[in-house]
Design a protein around this ligand. Structure first.
Ligand SMILES: [Zn+2]
Length: 265
């Protein structure tokens, strides 16, 4: 079974065995190692799963980066504190522009306040956009009017990395090759590599043909709980084609975004 904590552990072990170092995103930006994997986690929901991943990584001597959203479905103070205590980096998974219906000035004010909030747990120096796939608004557009420096930030994964040198892979849509199902979580890289399952990545690592520098983005849908695993499998199979269909019907998509906003906040 893919996307279980057991599989995640095998992935981490394969990365370790292949001689890679692990760096948090902020450390990678400041002083990138030559052979390195950055584990990035977007905590869109299910923060309790984030804690389990963080504990496993910590047990294996690995530090990674967790981006939390401001909405209730992600933002769990107790869990954020525990993940900080385990030695991981915390960042802000921002969506201020879509939450403020595209109003840049309102978004900048809410971004500043939310960043301050997360800085009460950890000296946040990096932020990462939330894709808000049901919204018509790209949260990164805030950077057309503001700069990271203005907020004392050093990097944003989608804006600050040279993807011709750093391989990026994400488990969006509960697979490693989401392609069309990934509305915004994509980058333009030079690597002609594609993986479907975690086993494929492990095989590539064992064969020494995995790139030297990589950012592996995994959401918090990895679980050993069989009923949760099954539910997520079904939900993703419905949600991903739905994202595509709704993307072609903006009024319906906006209605869906309104509904998901209500549920998550
Ligand atoms: Zn997200």
């Amino acid at each position: 079974m893919d996307f279980t904590l057991k599989t995640y552990k095998s992935l981490l072990q394969a990365i370790k065995d292949s001689g890679y170092a692990f760096q948090t995103f902020e450390d990678f930006i400041k002083n990138p190692k030559e052979k390195v994997v950055v584990l990035r986690h977007d905590v869109d929901e299910r923060p309790y799963n984030a804690l389990k991943m963080a504990e496993l990584e910590s047990y294996m001597g690995i530090n990674s980066t967790y981006y939390f959203r401001i909405v209730k479905i992600s933002n769990n103070p107790d869990i954020i504190n525990k993940i900080v205590d385990l030695g991981h980096e915390i960042g802000y998974h921002y969506e201020d522009l879509s939450l403020n219906n595209g109003n840049v000035e309102k978004a900048a004010i809410s971004f500043r306040n939310n960043l301050l909030y997360f800085r009460s747990y950890y000296p946040v120096s990096t932020v990462c956009m939330h894709g808000s796939s049901f919204s018509g608004i790209d949260n990164r557009k805030i950077w057309e009017h503001h700069s990271l420096e203005e907020f004392n930030l050093i990097a944003e994964p989608y804006l600050s990395v040279d993807f011709s040198k750093v391989f990026y892979i994400t488990d969006t849509a509960r697979r490693w090759d989401a392609g069309k199902y990934s509305i915004r979580d994509t980058v333009k890289g030079d690597f002609n590599l594609s993986f479907h399952s975690t086993k494929d990545i492990i095989r590539s690592l064992r064969n020494n043909d995995f790139p030297n520098q990589a950012i592996i983005q995994s959401h918090t849908l990895w679980t050993n709980n069989i009923s949760e695993w099954l539910w997520l499998e079904v939900r993703e199979r419905i949600r991903n084609p739905l994202k595509l269909v709704l993307n072609n019907f903006p009024p319906l998509r906006n209605l869906m975004y309104y509904f998901t906003k209500k549920v998550s906040s």
